[in-house]
Design a protein around this ligand. Structure first.
Ligand SMILES: [Zn+2]
Length: 128
């Protein structure tokens, strides 16, 4: 799902897409000629790899994230934007699938430990 930056409405518009087992939904609207605000929620499950044994398992991904999309280089110094993820768009198109994929990727690249390795860790701590 792609939308041209200049065609984003000023009234919040709903969106919903689902890739694999993750839903990405919320509203988006233009807040200035160069900025688009996305209030979104992620719901679902993501497959990750255990950093110890390498086996894969799923973890829940339920998070509310606000994005601020800038047409070109983001230059505003508005402090209200600090809790948002800033994305600079350089081809005039907002690609929701790409935003979803990049959030899933960043979650995957975090440090994850599967249940059985987590149990091993507990055992070692008890032995000390
Ligand atoms: Zn493991």
């Amino acid at each position: 799902m792609k939308i041209e930056f200049r065609k984003v409405p000023q009234q919040p518009k709903e969106f919903l897409l689902e890739v694999d087992s993750v839903k990405f939904l919320g509203t988006f609207c233009k807040i200035s000629s160069k900025l688009v605000d996305i209030k979104s929620k992620f719901e679902g499950f993501v497959r990750v790899n255990c950093c110890k044994c390498g086996s894969d398992f799923t973890i829940p991904f339920n998070e509310e994230i606000n994005f601020l999309l800038s047409d070109g280089v983001y230059s505003s110094k508005d402090e209200r934007d600090l809790d948002k993820i800033i994305i600079e768009i350089d081809d005039n198109f907002i690609d929701f699938e790409e935003i979803l994929q990049s959030e899933v990727e960043s979650l995957r690249s975090d440090y994850h430990i599967c249940d059985s390795c987590a149990k091993d860790d507990d055992t070692i701590e008890i032995e000390y």
